[in-house]
Design a protein around this ligand. Structure first.
Ligand SMILES: [Zn+2]
Length: 479
């Protein structure tokens, strides 16, 4: 065996030495888990989204290892981006790992633990951001720091980007890309997105890597009626008209649309699910009989996540009507949040919604006018129509696939259309492939806690995820 190969094996083994040296009962010493606990303890709820204190914590850790770090201030004092660059010999283009430091707020009274204490309970770390996405920061940063500590020789720079304003706010990666593209340009990037799903027995069922995100667009429904004294009600109340329109919308199910990645994802589910679900997945991707497909779609759609990824969706998010207790208002307005598959013909989709509502007194339109919101929506519509999913034919996708197979042997790895949106668009819209993963095995139950209450991630999952990401980096940047 060549010495260089021995060295490479030693590098891969290095992660095992440093990450899996702990037995049961010693989990608190897991470095990724320790880092996550520290991250959760700094409250970065957005709004307001101040992430500077957390940025400084990370900067200190990278600088202690001699890594070159740059803080990029935004026009808002409390918000920054951080770029840490691990040097390579430059023979290949950089690989970038992106992770946002802001988190959504909490409904404090619905949590059973302090969401900002990083409490460890029954092998889990609890706290806002445990999964989305401080867990990701901890895994990415720890894997990179092990790479530095192991002095792994690199062909390409490994860039770690800590981001502001992903959950909301104007200074996220799109802003950064406009002003500092040179800092985030790369051959390909890794971001949040797909899932490593555990079944009820606690075994990893599949690893999904997102190659595209759905696009979120607001659609306004405005019902018009006669405005008059509420003592003399008329049949053309704007509120009644809007309510009927909303009820018709609630009964309508948009048709199934399988992108190539969703098809591949369902094929993986067909192989790894128990009957009768496995048969429904099989039928959905391979049957030619519309009745069989319809039944499969109905059964699979009982899972809200699967329901969402196999079609365009629209959900009501705001209702606005009325201003006085004794006046029937002349108009009533609802906002639907559309989540559309990239490549969707949006005018056609909106025409379908109009047809479902089937009432000329209800105007169905995208926000318009000469204002920033309307301009942003125009941009989103362009993105929805033109964005392409990232190709799986790249060194980074192959590295993710190989390291997932080595960490969870025999489990399928599949591309995935992410049902929500991420800031991957800053790269994808510039033609740079981005792959998404929440780098820790989770159950479907864990998933409901994301943006919800008692968010948590298991320490064992953090350890496995760090191992997988470390191997990915060795694979893509060193071999
Ligand atoms: Zn997130």
């Amino acid at each position: 065996m060549k010495a260089s190969m021995m060295f490479k094996l030693a590098i891969v083994a290095g992660v095992c030495l440093s990450l899996t040296r702990l037995g049961p009962g010693q989990v608190k010493q897991n470095p990724t888990a320790d880092l996550l606990t520290e991250l959760i303890r700094v409250n970065t709820s957005n709004p307001p989204g101040n992430n500077r204190e957390l940025a400084e914590l990370l900067v200190k850790k990278f600088r202690a290892l001699g890594v070159e770090v740059q803080i990029i201030p935004t026009p808002e004092v409390g918000k920054v981006h951080v770029v840490a660059r691990i040097k390579g010999d430059g023979s290949k283009e950089p690989v970038l790992l992106a992770a946002h430091g802001d988190v959504v707020g909490v409904e404090r009274d619905k949590w059973t633990v302090d969401p900002f204490a990083g409490r460890v309970k029954d092998g889990y770390i609890y706290g806002r951001g445990a999964m989305d996405f401080k867990g990701g920061i901890a895994v990415f940063a720890e894997a990179i720091m092990v790479l530095v500590k192991n002095h792994v020789p690199l062909h390409r720079y490994v860039i770690f980007l800590y981001e502001a304003d992903e959950e909301s706010g104007p200074y996220g990666t799109s802003w950064l890309a406009e002003s500092h593209w040179n800092l985030m340009n790369c051959e390909f990037a890794l971001n949040e997105g797909g899932w490593i799903i555990k079944n009820a027995k606690g075994d990893v069922q599949y690893v999904s890597i997102s190659t595209g995100d759905k696009v979120s667009i607001p659609l306004i429904l405005t019902a018009n009626g006669t405005s008059t004294h509420s003592s003399m009600p008329r049949p053309d109340s704007a509120i009644f008209i809007l309510s009927r329109a909303m009820a018709r919308r609630a009964d309508y199910e948009p048709p199934v649309e399988l992108t190539p990645s969703t098809r591949e994802f369902f094929e993986a589910l067909a192989k790894t699910s128990e009957p009768p679900l496995s048969k429904y997945f099989e039928d959905l991707v391979s049957s030619k009989d519309p009745k069989v497909i319809q039944e499969a779609s109905r059964e699979i759609s009982k899972d809200v996540l699967l329901h969402a990824i196999m079609r365009n969706t629209f959900a009501p998010v705001f209702l606005k009507a009325g201003f006085r207790g004794n006046v029937i208002p002349g108009s009533a307005e609802a906002t639907l949040n559309l989540r559309v598959i990239p490549g969707t013909d949006l005018p056609k989709f909106i025409a379908e919604i109009r047809e479902v509502i089937d009432d000329p007194r209800v105007d169905v339109s995208l926000p318009s006018g000469d204002n920033p919101d309307a301009a942003r929506v125009k941009e989103l519509v362009r993105e929805a129509e033109n964005l392409k999913s990232s190709s799986t034919n790249t060194d980074l996708y192959r590295a993710l696939e190989a390291s997932a197979h080595s960490t969870w042997p025999g489990r399928p790895v599949t591309p995935y259309l992410f049902q929500a949106g991420t800031d991957a668009i800053a790269w994808r819209s510039r033609g740079v492939p981005v792959y998404g993963i929440y780098p820790y095995p989770i159950t479907a139950e864990d998933l409901t806690r994301m943006h919800g209450n008692d968010e948590r991630v298991s320490i064992e999952s953090l350890q496995q995820g760090t191992e997988m990401i470390y191997k990915t980096l060795v694979h893509v940047a060193s071999q």
